[in-house]
Design a protein around this ligand. Structure first.
Ligand code: BGC
Length: 470
């Protein structure tokens, strides 16, 4: 038994019942040796993604982003930023003035019919939201430079040219894969007729997160997202980026968007996947894809917990006499926010746990039931935290600098009560001795980060430098 995860079952639960429950959740407890094996596989996959000859076969695409310098804190000006990646779309106006950053933003919902509709519908919706924002913020007619945070895997051909390589998370809009996003946005804005923007950069949210923290911390080398999806990026030496087609000039580095959520798509993680992971994958909108992401991120964690609870209930080990019509048996109904809330219960009253179970329509449950529910949550979130730690440790060992900051953003990391601590504990075990690191919560990477990239790009363009890489 892992010492970090002391088994909190016991009390009134009978040994035989505990043993049976353990049998159904054993697969979530992985040994240190297993995490080391995962790191080795991840390292190999990353190298294969970076190399020109093997990239086409690699699951982890390691996209060079054309972002080559970090901000230095002198950035100035007013920028528009767009943030698309979860269930919401945000439009922001960001004013940079040295280290001071003023952000005004508005969030617009993206209905599911649009997430699963056509690209034209999606971009028309985005254009509508931009129009509303520009009108209410009195910036009609000002052609502000725009940074677009687009949080899906994209092949970049330049800082402002990106083609979607595939959809992830809850999106599957027809006619967008392979297209230039900047053109799709411009065409949609043209259809609206009355608005003109200048897209100067398209970036991933992990890149925005790195940039946002690097604005005040020069040691920041890695950006990590633990939210609806999961991904990481890092600053890499150009000589290691076999895929790099651009100029080799100073600074000889580029941020690489790993897209590590796809790790395991070729089956190399099958040895750690549980029956619940497989079932979740089968019923997802992208079966066989984003295998690592499905074991970590907020879009899936609640559903894995639900599948385990459903199984334990069917086996007669939990919620005896439960009404089979209740929402515990409905796919997608156990939200990941419940996991964070349940794990925030620290006494025998189980206030948050009871609230979640009530919302699911469960009745007549006991304290023992609450204990089991919480235990299942802790196992699944700990596996997610340890897998994230193994991923980060692989990058830290690869970068091999004595001291570095990792910028982290995303709802899972922000709201889960133990994620940060669990990650740090595991990383201490996995990072090469002598390398120091700190995990730093990043603030509004998607908004501020996009504006910073836009600021540096505009500055370079205005100073008539040859390339728009920043
Ligand atoms: C996407 C990444 C993104 C991550 C976090 C993943 O599904 O593929 O591009 O960075 O989610 O939003």
């Amino acid at each position: 038994m892992n010492t970090i995860l002391k088994n909190p079952l016991g009390g009134n639960l009978k040994d035989a019942q505990i043993k049976k429950i353990e049998g159904f959740v054993r697969g979530f407890k992985l040994s240190s040796l297993t995490y080391k094996r995962i790191m080795q596989l991840l390292h190999e996959e990353m190298n294969s993604g970076l190399s020109k000859t093997t990239n086409h076969m690699a699951d982890i695409k390691m996209f060079p982003t054309f972002v080559r310098s970090l901000p230095d804190g002198t950035e100035k000006g007013k920028y528009l930023a767009l943030d698309l990646g979860g269930t919401n779309f945000r439009v922001l106006m960001v004013e940079l003035n040295g280290k001071d950053v003023d952000i005004q933003s508005k969030t617009y919902l993206i209905p599911q019919r649009i997430m699963l509709g056509t690209g034209t519908q999606l971009f028309d919706h985005i254009a509508d939201c931009i129009c509303k924002f520009v009108n209410t913020h009195d910036i009609m007619g000002e052609k502000l430079p725009l940074g677009f945070t687009f949080s899906f895997p994209c092949k970049q051909e330049g800082l402002a040219t990106a083609r979607l390589s595939k959809w992830t998370k809850g999106f599957r809009c027809e006619g967008v894969v392979g297209e230039d996003l900047c053109i799709l946005l411009h065409e949609a804005l043209k259809r609206k007729g009355n608005i003109d923007v200048e897209v100067v950069a398209i970036i991933n949210d992990a890149v925005g997160t790195l940039m946002s923290t690097a604005h005040s911390d020069r040691n920041c080398e890695i950006g990590l997202i633990l939210g609806t999806g999961c991904n990481a990026c890092y600053m890499e030496n150009l000589e290691h980026v076999g895929l790099w087609d651009g100029e080799i000039r100073n600074p000889k580095q580029v941020i690489v968007n790993t897209e590590w959520g796809a790790f395991g798509d070729n089956g190399c993680l099958d040895f750690i996947r549980t029956e619940y992971d497989r079932e979740l994958d089968t019923f997802s909108i992208n079966p066989g894809k984003q295998i690592l992401e499905k074991m970590i991120s907020g879009m899936y964690m609640g559903e894995i917990v639900r599948l385990v609870l459903e199984r334990l209930t069917m086996e007669g080990l939990l919620f005896s006499g439960v009404d089979r019509e209740c929402e515990l048996f409905v796919r997608g109904r156990f939200y990941t926010k419940y996991v964070s809330e349940i794990e925030s219960d620290h006494d025998e009253f189980f206030r948050n746990t009871k609230q979640a179970l009530d919302e699911l329509g469960l009745e007549g449950y006991s304290s023992e039931d609450c204990k089991i529910v919480k235990y299942v949550c802790t196992l699944i979130s700990a596996r997610a935290a340890f897998l994230s730690a193994a991923g980060l440790a692989t990058l830290i060992n690869k970068i091999n600098k004595p001291n570095m900051t990792i910028a982290v953003d995303g709802s899972l990391y922000r709201f889960h009560p133990r994620f940060h601590n669990l990650m740090c504990l595991k990383m201490k075990e996995l990072v090469r001795p002598g390398l120091k690191f700190q995990l730093q919560l990043s603030h509004d990477g998607s908004g501020k980060g996009a504006a910073l990239v836009a600021a540096v790009a505009t500055r370079l363009r205005d100073s008539k430098e040859i390339s728009v890489d920043c």
